[in-house]
Write a protein that binds this ligand. Structure first.
Ligand code: NBP
Length: 484
């Protein structure tokens, strides 16, 4: 291919589920798209099945692919995260020229993105790690896109990414998040929030199903109704669809024939690990990741059931069924609020640590469409950060504080009832404990500091005076100031 031919404004490398749909989305929106996949069959299949949907330039070598791009060349990598991404980056760096832009649209770990940007920049090319959310459907019809990387690259890339992103109230669901790994970091936390959001929906289902003994179809109706109010979101909407679905093989409710062992690909786990590393409690997200892990420990669960672990006295929690449905809705809403509040805390902590200057308003804006956690509720989050960009915690926003006035009592009732019913609600319960910890005037951390000083002379601070202190525990138990 020579450069006198029509050139593509953007290229996509990797034409599996995400890449092929993204390439079609670019083409549908008037862009000429260069496409390349390691195995040429996928490239040929894309052109055979969808070549008439827009302007594609297929290539079967990376060199031809690069030659088919207009300058500065812009190529989005949509291959498996990890080694495959590194391999494709090396090939592109080799084939491209100074000033060209390599975009990694996969679910890469943000620390890999930071490393890659340095390596690619050292070779005179630009590198942008961009989180892309929305799965297959989003990639085709409009995802939410979270690009990091240098600001100059955003100026070149912005218009083309805006052309394919989801759009809410005239605003595209894409913006420059911040330098180097900021985009992938934010996408990671987005996925962590998604884990928590799915788990709280699961816990609500569990309570209605096994606490109130409602059938899946009846619970589907409840979720449909919930989707008309504060909980209006993509995840609640699809939950109703899944619960209403019958198994084509047996006619039983589909949810009853699906093995209850949840899979995961790692982004939730990264969010939890990162929360631990930053010292930011993302308990709702971590509990959701652990809940998936526990569900998949099928052998251990079977042994626990066979072993007949004592359940204690189980009862119906003394609940009125109608009131309980509404209580569960409120407990779900409250726990979800905690998950988002913690997720935004983690983003702030990461942004501070790496100097990214991420604006929480941008996230609340671009997550309103295209992505899996899209929800009406994000408008409220945007308003909260619009009013006070320096909010110490999302739940301290006056609107959400007002909501919590209505949510707190039902939330307590539901956690108590779940305990009576013997039903697990790890995120509902841990989120309530987090909330009570945040509000508590005194925490048992004082006792822990005393213990640490006892066994390890780790010292402690006092409430009544400045300085660092130690008790001579093994001798006369006198007080010494260690920093005097
Ligand atoms: P996969 O993650 O399943 O990756 C398959 C693609 O990677 C194929 O094009 C394959 O080429 C290519 N590839 C591999 Br594997 N090793 C390669 C190598 N060494 N060199 C060149 N190409 C290689 O694809 P996906 O599900 O479309 O996801 C793409 C990216 O988007 C991933 O990072 C994923 O985490 C992320 N993502 C996925 C979703 C989703 O809903 N699926 C959502 C959001 C983000 P081949 O055809 O020659 O084997």
């Amino acid at each position: 291919m020579t450069e006198t031919k029509n050139l593509a404004s953007i290229g996509v490398v990797g034409l599996a589920v995400m890449g092929s749909n993204l390439a079609r989305n670019f083409a549908h929106n008037g862009n000429t798209v260069a496409v390349y996949n390691r195995s040429p069959e996928k490239t040929r299949a894309l052109i055979a099945d969808h070549g008439d949907e827009g302007s594609f330039i297929p290539s079967e070598t990376i060199e031809d692919f690069v030659a088919s791009l207009e300058r500065p060349r812009k190529a989005i990598i949509m291959v498996q995260a990890g080694k495959a991404t590194d391999a494709v980056i090396s090939q592109l760096v080799e084939a491209m020229d100074e000033g060209d832009i390599i975009i990694d649209g996969g679910n890469s770990l943000y620390t890999d993105t930071i490393r890659r940007e340095k390596e690619v920049a050292a070779k005179g090319r630009h590198f942008v790690g961009a989180g892309i959310s929305g799965g297959e459907e989003g990639a085709l019809n409009g995802p939410s896109i979270m690009p990091g990387g240098p600001k100059e690259s955003w100026e070149t890339l912005g218009p083309i990414l805006e052309s394919i992103a989801a759009n809410v109230d005239g605003t595209p669901c894409v913006t420059h998040i911040g330098p180097d790994g900021a985009g992938h970091f934010v996408k990671m936390v987005h996925n962590g929030i998604e884990y928590a959001d799915m788990q709280v929906i699961g816990e609500a289902y569990q309570l209605l199903r096994y606490g109130l003994n409602l059938e899946p179809a009846a619970i589907a109706d409840i979720f449909r109704e919930w989707n008309q109010g504060d909980l209006d979101s993509y995840l609640i909407e699809i939950t109703a669809e899944v619960l209403a679905q019958k198994d084509p093989a047996t006619g039983a409710p589909l949810v009853d024939v699906i093995l209850d062992a949840a899979g995961q690909k790692g982004t939730g786990r990264w969010t939890a690990i990162n929360g631990l590393e930053l010292g930011t409690p993302v308990t709702a997200i971590a509990e959701a990741v652990f809940a998936r892990g526990l569900s998949s420990a099928t052998a251990q669960r079977a042994a626990a059931q066979e072993g007949g672990l004592p359940a204690g006295i189980i009862d119906d929690g003394g609940v009125d069924p109608d009131e309980f449905v509404e209580d569960v809705r409120r407990a779900l809403y409250a726990s979800k609020l905690i998950a988002y509040s913690q997720g935004f805390d983690e983003i702030k902590a990461g942004s501070d640590q790496y100097g990214w200057d991420v604006d929480p308003r941008d996230l609340a804006t671009i997550w309103r469409g295209g992505c899996i956690i899209r929800a009406k509720f994000l408008n409220r989050i945007r308003e909260a950060y619009d009013t006070n960009p320096e909010l110490p915690a999302l739940i301290l926003d006056p609107y959400f504080k007002g909501e919590l006035e209505d949510l707190i009592q039902p939330w307590r009732r539901v956690v108590a009832a779940a305990t009576h019913m013997g039903l697990p609600v790890p995120v509902f319960a841990s989120s309530l404990s987090y909330y009570d910890s945040l509000r508590a005037e005194r925490l048992p951390a004082a006792l822990i500091q005393g213990q640490r000083d006892f066994f390890g002379a780790h010292t402690f601070k006092r409430t009544d005076r400045e300085g660092t202190f130690h008790i001579e525990w093994s001798t006369d138990r006198s007080l010494t100031q260690t920093d005097a």
